[in-house]
Design a protein around this ligand. Sequence first.
Ligand code: KIV
Length: 266
Amino acid sequence: MNNKLTLSSIRDMKAKGERIACLTAYDAGFAQILDEAGVDIMLVGDSLGMVVQGKESTLPVTVDEMVYHSRCVSAGNRRAFLLADMPFMSYPTPEQAVSNAGRLMKEGAAHGVKLEGGREVVPVVTRLAQAGIPVCAHLGLLPQSVNKYGGYRVQGRDPQQAQAIIEDAKALQDAGADILVLECIPRSLTEQIMAVASIPVIGIGAGSSCDGQVLVLYDMLGITQHKLPRFVHNFLEDSDSIPDAISAYVNAVKQGTFPQQEHGYD
Ligand code: KIV
């Protein structure tokens, strides 16, 4: 497993119909285990605010903290494509986005960045793409907007909101987004987005029709301080060790046995 994955390898996986296994990672030790298990994309998620720092949301996470964790993950990673989250308020303007994404790549050794939002972040995505920075867009449930929603809820059930998410996906793709994450939306909406998406789509609580899946590492190992959403499966429950649990997740994603119907939303 020494061949480093690039954005074009991830695109090739979509083209060949090979499912993409993605997990979050926050440190070098876990990164090495994920890498050896064949995880294709490691995401240094700002979920670290909740699962590592014990905060109530992802909002307090800083760029410095993301840079630090990205550098730690990079030290344990050899093969996976490494994405780092742009934390809350690190991309209010295209200029600030380029400067902070530049730090995540130069100091954090990330291969690309992920940011939340729809058409309102198109100018940011355009500018990052012009700067040669791989961008993963994130639609559906946006944890950085938790105070606007008043909680973590399924998004896109209402037909108008569903249509808005489809339009957002098209606009982000046209602006140069390279990968799309869909979080916590009904399966039928994911299917409509898949019909218009030419870029790889990674789902979390978005059903099985995506090109790949992602989970928060601590959630799929059952190490968590918060109530788990229904889209999470605890892979450690059926395994003897953490490396086995992570390999079981990678195999389940690759073979299409995870997620099951019970992990999705109507
Ligand atoms: O921060 C994170 O871990 C994420 C995943 C839930 C996709 O954004």
